[in-house]
Design a protein around this ligand. Structure first.
Ligand SMILES: *[C@@H]1O[C@H](CO)[C@@H](O)[C@H](O)[C@H]1NC(C)=O
Length: 282
């Protein structure tokens, strides 16, 4: 009995100290949850049976911790956001995270992950947006994170690129380009995105940054396969325009419908002109 009370007291002490530490550091939000694909993944694919793995050199050459499973030489966008939000450490990947870490944040992103379930299947396993949200639900339920806390957390999502790169612009068995025009495909992706975003809202998300897709036609593989090996693949860049437009409209729709939440669209397409540097001779 005395021991039980001591344990309870210890628990209170730890929780209080932890909360005070958060305040002392000036952490801007109590928790940060990350969803998305390779742009945001920080180690989840290490544990998957996939060729989309990056936990070896030269990935991480400019990162103090070396190759970690970030698809990057250094920090990625969620790392920089975590720093700006003054977290004491980067947000841990879901794979290997303890449920208690759902009190400060978890990164669920997976390289190759898409809005559609079949996206990137030729690469092996990946975690789709649907399953990332399912994992999130499991973690916050297991850790008993209160709804009031979840509503104060930051959420960022970067998904959709693979539904083009590793689905629509791929040969069979991918069939989406036979079935859908650019507009129809964007519409269908956004319809799914709407339901996943709604699920996240129901799970407590109120501060959500939604990233659009970049000029995917300027990626080396698309230049090779759809751009004649030169410049950018105009067709691919054209295809993602309606996706970004509809995603932006979806963000406005959510802000209208859920006035207790703030959704933000992050435009990474406009202003991204990699070839302008060539034209300028830089
Ligand atoms: C990994 O995936 C490949 C290809 O899908 C499969 O042949 C192999 O058996 C898998 N390995 C494991 C350990 O599951």
């Amino acid at each position: 009995m005395a021991e039980g009370r001591l344990k309870a007291l210890f628990c209170v002490f730890v929780t209080t100290t932890f909360a005070l530490a958060e305040v002392a550091r000036g952490q801007r939000v109590p928790c940060y949850f990350v969803f998305g694909d390779s742009v945001f993944d920080n180690g989840n694919n290490n544990a998957l049976n996939t060729s989309a793995k990056v936990n070896y050199s030269p990935y991480g050459v400019d990162f103090a911790r070396g190759p970690t499973g970030r698809f990057s030489n250094g920090r990625n966008i969620p790392d920089i956001i975590a720093e700006l939000m003054r977290f004491s450490d980067y947000i841990p990947p879901f794979t290997g995270a303890l449920p208690e870490q759902a009190h400060t944040g978890i990164n669920y992103a997976s390289g190759g992950g898409g809005i559609r379930e079949e996206t990137s299947q030729h690469l092996g396993e990946s975690i789709s947006l649907k399953n990332q949200i399912k994992n999130h639900r499991t973690m916050i339920m297991t850790a008993n994170v209160p709804q009031e806390k979840l509503q104060k957390c930051l959420y960022t999502i970067n998904i959709g690129s693979n539904d083009y790169l590793n689905n629509y612009f791929m040969p069979p068995p991918y069939m989406t380009n036979r079935k859908y025009s650019f507009d129809q495909y964007a519409d269908s992706l956004i319809r799914s995105y709407r339901s996943y975003l709604k699920s996240l809202y129901v799970l407590g998300a109120r501060k959500v940054a939604v990233f659009g897709v970049s000029k995917l036609g300027c990626t080396p593989r698309m230049i090779a396969s759809h751009g004649g090996g030169y410049g950018c693949a105009a067709e691919v860049n054209k295809a993602v325009v309606p996706f970004n437009m509809n995603l932006k409209a979806l963000v406005f729709e959510f802000n209208r419908n859920f006035v207790d939440a703030k959704f933000t669209f992050v435009d990474v397409f406009t202003g991204q002109h990699p070839l302008a540097y060539l034209a300028l001779g830089m």
